[in-house]
Design a protein around this ligand. Structure first.
Ligand code: SAM
Length: 216
């Protein structure tokens, strides 16, 4: 596990993600941020971006939700550092706080986060049940999640996939593969075990997104 973690998201991996996020993927983040707010109805309070990487979704949230306090969270030291550079460069240093840590054991208080967003990270989590138990623990009453992967809309999806394949014909769209047909059943079972009754799975042209709500 440690090996996967260091080899995939070490300095070189984090720099590569930064380059892609700032070029080919750049247009998707504002769309995903707006989708997250539209689906959950949340645009105030604290927003946590899990597996934030270079921080493009955190930055889009900061811009699209001016009333929110944003936290960018990632276990990769290199990603955290690159994210911080990006926030400062974009003049968003005072809007976004960075925290280092693993989604499977997070340093946040119970019921303390209103909106939890995450893009392209879940597919790397080693134990979805413990990660989502943690997510449910820190979710505030009235809060919701928008966690998954995708490119925001059909047009952007086609554009990003075409550009990525042009750059690298062997590029593997992991989200497509791992979200898979069986995932609805697996998530339903997992949420039943966690004791979380309010959730929905979005699997459409916006991507694959897990929306968990907490009302009590
Ligand atoms: N969300 C960013 C984006 O869409 O541009 C980055 C996506 S990148 C493919 C996946 C990120 O998830 C990496 O920065 C990685 O360090 C982070 N990550 C993976 N597993 C994690 C875990 N268990 N805890 C915290 N971060 C994790």
């Amino acid at each position: 596990w440690t090996q996967t973690r260091t080899s995939t998201f070490d300095e070189a991996g984090a720099r590569k993600m930064n380059e892609i996020a700032k070029t080919v993927f750049a247009p998707i983040y504002p769309v995903i941020a707006r989708n997250a707010m539209a689906v959950t109805g949340i645009s105030k309070g604290t927003c946590l971006d899990l597996g934030s990487g270079p921080g493009m979704l955190a930055m889009a949230m900061a811009r699209e939700a001016p009333q929110m306090e944003i936290i960018a969270f990632d276990f990769s030291e290199a990603s955290g550092r690159i994210g911080l550079e990006n926030f400062t460069e974009a003049g968003l240093g005072d809007r976004i706080r960075t925290e280092a840590g693993d989604v499977h054991a997070m340093p946040f208080k119970d019921a303390s986060v209103d909106l939890i967003v995450s893009r392209g990270s879940m597919f790397f989590w080693t134990d979805l049940k413990s990660a989502f138990s943690e997510i449910y623990r820190i979710l505030a009453v009235g809060g919701a999640t928008y966690i998954g992967g995708g490119f925001g809309n059909l047009e952007l999806r086609d554009q990003v996939i075409a550009e990525m394949l042009e750059r690298d014909p062997t590029w593997d769209c992991y989200a497509k593969k791992k979200a898979g047909a069986d995932s609805h059943r697996r998530f339903t079972e997992m949420f039943r075990e966690i004791g979380c009754t309010e959730f929905k799975i979005i699997d459409d042209e916006t991507g694959f997104w897990v929306v968990v709500s907490k009302t009590a």
